[in-house]
Write a protein that binds this ligand. Structure first.
Ligand code: HEC
Length: 153
């Protein structure tokens, strides 16, 4: 008997709680409606600000590139002989080598072109740009494109 009463009380209070909650919910909706437009621009103004620097990093992530540090290691290990550490190129070894510090050179090149040249090689004769496809992973070659871009003066 006691138990049933207790159960009834419990059920009742749960129902009342649910009711209050539902009512409260109904009341807060218009308030929430007011609050959310205020919160939305606030959220959206911070979002581009926050995402802009992140987007720079995300571009790399989207194209899946290794970090700049890793790309630099690769460049110094595999590309320096012909392209030299500063990117100006070692003409004695590779006479056709472009100057990676030259802004006009960068301006006439597209990332895709650079990537394709790294992947498939370019030119002929002495010190030809080798083909790196198979030796380097796509994300490594993408990282090298970005590294080469970073040498622009
Ligand atoms: C044996 C010498 C040599 C090595 C090693 C070498 N390159 Fe090159 N690279 C060249 C030469 C020469 C050219 C110019 C090719 C041409 O335009 O005819 C060139 C051109 C390029 C270009 C410009 C391509 C274009 O479309 O104009 C990029 C980017 C490049 N190399 C990146 C790299 C990277 C990254 C590495 C290392 C993974 C590397 N190279 C290793 C000789 C070399």
């Amino acid at each position: 008997m006691e138990r049933r009463r207790y159960m009834a009380f419990l059920v009742l209070s749960i129902m009342m709680l649910a009711f209050t909650w539902a009512c409260g919910g109904g009341e807060t909706t218009p308030e929430g409606g007011n609050a959310s437009p205020a919160a939305t621009p606030a959220a959206s103004t911070t979002a581009p600000v926050a995402s802009t620097p992140a987007a720079g990093g995300d571009t790399n992530a989207a194209k899946a590139a290794i970090s700049k540090e890793d790309a630099q290691k690769l460049f110094l290990g595999r590309c320096k002989a012909c392209h030299s550490e500063d990117g100006k190129g070692n003409k004695a070894i590779a006479p056709e080598v472009p100057d990676f510090t030259s802004a006009p050179w960068h301006d006439k090149k597209q990332d895709k072109e650079l990537y394709d040249s790294i992947a498939n090689g370019k030119g002929s004769g002495k010190g030809t740009m080798p083909k790196w496809n198979g030796l380097l992973k796509p994300e490594e070659m993408q990282g090298l494109v970005e590294y080469v871009r970073s040498l622009k003066k």
